[in-house]
Design a protein around this ligand. Sequence first.
Ligand SMILES: C[S@@+](CC[C@H](N)C(=O)[O-])C[C@H]1O[C@@H](n2cnc3c(N)ncnc32)[C@H](O)[C@@H]1O
Length: 358
Amino acid sequence: MQQVLLICRPGFEAEAGQEMTDQAAAVGVFGYFQPVRNSGLVRFTIGSEQSPEALMGRLSIDELVFVRDWFAILGDCPLPTQDRVGAVVDFLRDQGWDGKHCARVEVRLSETNEDRDLGNFARKWVSPLSKGLRGAGLLQTDAGVEARARLEILLIDFGHAVVGYSLSGNRSPFEGGVPRLRLSAAAPSRSALKLEEAWKVFLPRERWLDYLGGGKKAVDLGAAPGGWTWQLVNQGMMVMAVDNGPMQPELMASGHVEHVEADGYAWRPKRAVDWMVCDIVDKPRRTARLAVDWMAGKYCRYTVFNLKLPMKKRYEEWLVCREILLEGLQEAGLNVNLRARHLYHDREEITCFIERLD
Ligand SMILES: C[S@@+](CC[C@H](N)C(=O)[O-])C[C@H]1O[C@@H](n2cnc3c(N)ncnc32)[C@H](O)[C@@H]1O
């Protein structure tokens, strides 16, 4: 049985599975999914002759919204109480794993793991496991080598792991799939982490200066108390913060922020800006139309905005919003890059990014 393990926010297994089924079918790979409820894990089984690698070769993780990370499953490996490294070595040999294209191993835990002992074990296990695998010729000896694949070991508990591999350039950019961002004490709200994560997911690291540097201008719709505005100011931007609510006084004292008390859906800047960001919690279709209007009117070049998902039919709502965005942008004759992701710091919303390319 050929399977891919999908990793999503716990509670969104059905959405991740539906999305994968649709996206795989669109590239000619047919399969079905088995969600493990509230685990953040979904097994996608490929029904046809194709391999997980063929599927992952045709689809990019960047095209997926609810699937935050994935890897091809080699199989389920039982772990004994003694010599777990030996068990993984034997398991990989049984699978015919040659280790030629692989220089590193990642030990992961499910996002819902509450067993601290398992967490400690996972951290400490990486080093003896890597050593054992290298000794057995199942990992390249030079860990610094830019290898095509990475071995993935998801520890379900002390007695069981899902073993597989991910492909370089087509997996989450974060170690273990989880961004480790630290909230500065100066940040006006926890939401600040969301915009930071969005940039890390959507913008290529080597081009951050092009996107964010050089004293750009930004508009933040639904800005209060100012977490996103604070991130923009930290990049040296001048920000118009649109919200009827109060902004954090320390942030206002920076001299980089103009507070505009207005309705974010109706207000437009007199002159075009570089960035528009929007964190207003409202109907997602309304926000999608707002983003189209800003792009079509060339009020901004880049935008990051949140789409609040309804209680039910969350995946379907995203499909409707995606249609609004794609149709609207096409009607406006714009050549754009549109991305969306259910970020680690998102709860019941997804985050979108659009950039105008011409
Ligand atoms: C989730 S909070 C934004 C948090 C902010 N991004 C931060 O990092 O601190 C949503 C904000 O949207 C504002 N809001 C709601 N409806 C709005 C509207 N129509 N126009 C402008 N702001 C609105 C609310 O006052 C609230 O401050």
